[in-house]
Ligand binder design. Structure first.
Ligand code: BGC
Length: 733
């Protein structure tokens, strides 16, 4: 039992995590090593990551459990971000469902698969608020809004861990704590400068929600936060996390982030880095070896106390215990394959992928398409790319010896929906990432990949023209390759890369109905398409069954109901762009001295919360149970939603507020409630929301507390952040 152990004896065992397993050192563990050697070697395997060979996992576990002096099992960790073998939509896609049960179901299946395969710890969920789509890691989170982000964070923790951590759970790791998404210029790893009120009101809530949901581990971020690196930041790791958020689990650094404290110019040397990190409250050093190499001396010299070391180790041991690792350290190898290849996983993926897609445009009811179409032209390099449809961070594909999943591309999905009688012509075009890869090659001094020559370009365009001329409908599948929105994958421009824009313009000249299906991990600059292409479907990177899910929507088997979790810019120059900004001295609609650009509107192309359906919905009858209330009271809001269309569909009711005056300026609108519901044609449902302390309070830079302030509040309800249905209420002391 954990309670019978003396933590100080065991404390040296759990402070480090190996980046890769090292058979040389692990097999040689024995009880005979001197303490120093023993520490160094055993520390290497206290937690192990990026290993997905279950036989090797068991072999290492046997060494730890059977042969090491203290018999403490290893915690095996991996980035199971959006699926294990069955890959679900990228997190930004799942957030577009505006349905937390999508995240919960996906992560439950991913967690079951991972645990069956020997992984007990996932570096998920990423809950960083991202207000700048140039930042490539926007794909890994739930977008720009703290309220939606908190709901999605909690759902993912529930999915992985269940109600409480246990032998069937996978330990969630909430990352990247905190403020990573505010990287200056959208450049990954760059510094974040976030005033405390913005930090507490916008960046912190999803972390707080995940901690409340019982997340057992947090990962500290790479960047400087207000000049103090997050991985050595006591205010973040102790005052806020342990104090305000009441977090009881353990904190691991991001990979090599402890060593990076030296690179940042914050620590003088690795010993100073270990000292600054551990005393700030960082419990486990991922991969850099800085703790292994420096903590023994720091403790021996009395710079780090035994009590500080114990405080770092205890939560790690407690979690290993809660995960059942001491009772059941090994994985049943006979069950791995049958678990990973469960057919229900693929069926669930197809359903959740379709639920995550957002219909951005549908002029003249271009969609849904008829299944009796005889000739379809499919255009674009992503349409048949198996390596892109699942997006980044796939376990088997990236880290294993090759994926055993068989992703369905959009081309395959369309062919299977139409059957053998239809003629589907495919024009691929050049790899869209070629131009960027060429640039990277140039930067690293390597060979530059050639962009298509003028003759090649003309040839591709001629092929597109011919295919479109011969087709009844053109489906252009365009966007980014999966590596283009990911870690270390920021973009300064957000246009369709490569030749895709030219190819799209060529299709539009055909006069045939054109549908643009987007595959991407961030909003793109599609302002041309938004005027010239009649139908646009955002599929994100939709996962293993993604092509079938796209076809389900294109041919009307599923009615799209997803909504944008981000404000969609007209062009990259608008970034950072987010709906919950403050009112300005001169708003955009003033005749002069307005807050706007010369060249474009400063509003988004598509607002946060936006998404179309094959049905249409009316919101009315917005009522509040109290028009006047006290700061400790709540008002119940109700609004009727009616399906005014001819087909069944999903509406997402969204509730926004604005506080008109107070101790600080408040955002023009803030999401404070949402619900996705299914409505038959003609059906009306009444949605109910509560506006009380939880929804109305904010952290004021003047009072420095969370409080509901007396004021008048606006309320809007509708199906995006530009909703017009309005009411108001007053709050008095
Ligand atoms: C990323 C983390 C990830 C870790 C381990 C880092 O580079 O920032 O998100 O969990 O690697 O793979």
């Amino acid at each position: 039992m954990l309670t019978n152990w003396a933590p100080s004896v065991y404390s040296r065992l759990s402070l480090c995590e190996g980046r890769q397993h090292d058979p040389e050192t692990t097999v040689s563990i024995s009880q005979d090593f001197r303490i120093h050697d023993f520490d160094r070697r055993v520390c290497r395997i206290c937690a192990e990551l990026w290993l997905i060979d279950v036989k090797e996992i068991n072999r290492l576990q046997h060494i730890a459990v059977d042969k090491s002096r203290l018999h403490i099992p290893i915690l095996f960790g991996f980035d199971v971000i959006h699926g294990y073998r069955t890959v679900f939509p990228v997190p930004l896609g799942m957030a577009s469902s505006w349905d937390p049960s999508v995240e919960e179901q996906a992560q439950r299946l991913a967690g079951q698969d991972a645990r069956a395969a020997g992984i007990q710890w996932t570096f998920t969920p990423m809950v960083d608020i991202a207000r700048d789509a140039r930042w490539g890691r926007i794909v890994e989170g739930a977008g720009e809004d703290p309220y939606l982000g908190a709901a999605m964070a909690m759902a993912q923790v529930r999915g992985f861990q269940g109600a409480t951590l246990g032998p069937d759970s996978v330990l969630a790791c909430v990352k990247h704590y905190a403020g990573y998404g505010a990287a200056e210029g959208g450049r990954d790893y760059d510094s974040s400068y976030i005033p405390e009120e913005l930090f507490r009101n916008v960046y912190l809530p999803p972390f707080h929600a995940a901690a409340m949901q019982g997340a057992g581990s947090f990962m500290s971020a790479y960047m400087d936060l207000n000049d103090v690196p997050a991985s050595g930041n006591q205010w973040l790791l102790t005052d806020i996390l342990r104090g305000d958020l009441g977090f009881k689990g353990f904190v691991v650094s991001d990979a090599f982030a402890v060593a990076s404290l030296v690179t940042h110019g914050y620590a003088a040397d690795p010993s100073d880095a270990a000292y600054k990190a551990v005393t700030a409250g960082l419990d486990m050093d991922m991969a850099s070896g800085t703790y292994t190499n420096n903590l023994p001396k720091l403790v021996a010299d009395g710079k780090v106390s035994q009590a500080q070391l114990d405080a770092a180790v205890l939560p790690i041991l407690a979690i290993k215990y809660q995960l059942g690792l001491f009772d059941h350290p090994f994985t049943d190898e006979s069950k791995v394959e049958s678990t990973l290849s469960r057919p229900e996983g693929l069926a669930l993926e197809r359903k959740l992928a379709a639920r995550s897609m957002v219909l951005l445009r549908n002029e003249n009811k271009t969609l849904p398409l008829s299944k009796s179409l005889k000739k379809v032209a499919v255009i674009g390099p992503l349409a048949d790319s198996k390596s892109d449809i699942e997006g980044g961070w796939t376990v088997e594909g990236l880290f294993g010896s090759g994926s055993k999943s068989h992703p369905v591309t959009v081309l395959a999905g369309i062919k299977s929906a139409l059957g053998a009688d239809a003629q589907v012509t495919y024009v691929v075009g050049p790899d869209p990432s070629k131009v960027y890869l060429g640039l990277l090659d140039q930067l690293s001094g390597k060979k530059v990949l050639p962009a298509p020559t003028a003759a090649e370009t003309a040839d591709w365009l001629a092929k597109v023209k011919a295919a479109a001329a011969d087709a009844d409908v053109v489906v252009a599948v365009m966007g980014e390759t999966s590596g283009m929105s990911s870690e270390s994958a920021s973009r300064a421009g957000m246009e369709l890369p490569g030749m895709q824009q030219q190819m799209l313009e060529e299709t539009a000249q055909s006069g045939k109905p054109v549908v643009l299906v987007l595959e991407n991990g961030r909003p793109l600059d599609i302002h041309w398409a938004a005027e010239h292409v009649p139908a646009i479907l955002e599929s994100w990177f939709p996962g293993t069954e993604g092509g079938n899910a796209v076809a389900d929507i294109l041919f009307g088997d599923v009615n799209p109901g997803g909504k944008l979790p981000v404000s969609w810019p007209r062009t990259a120059g608008q970034e950072p762009l987010y709906y919950n900004h403050n009112l300005t001295h001169e708003p955009e609609d003033r005749p002069s001295f307005a807050s706007r650009y010369w060249d474009i509107k400063s509003t988004p192309l598509y607002p946060f919360g936006y998404g179309l359906s094959y049905a249409s919905f009316k919101f009315d009858n917005l009522k509040l149970s109290k028009a006047n209330m006290k700061t400790d009271e709540a008002t119940e809001v109700s609004v009727d939603v009616t399906n005014t269309g001819a087909v069944a569909g999903d509406a997402v009711g969204q509730l926004y507020i604005h506080q008109r005056s107070g101790s600080a300026s408040r955002p023009v609108r803030e999401l404070k409630g949402f619900k996705r519901i299914a409505l038959k044609p003609g059906e009306t449902q009444t949605l109910k929301f509560t506006l009380g302390q939880h929804q109305l309070q904010f952290w004021s830079p003047q009072t420095k507390v969370w409080a509901v302030e007396p004021s008048t509040f606006d309320v809007w309800a509708g199906d995006d952040s530009a909703a017009k249905l309005h009411s108001e209420f007053s709050v008095a002391q």
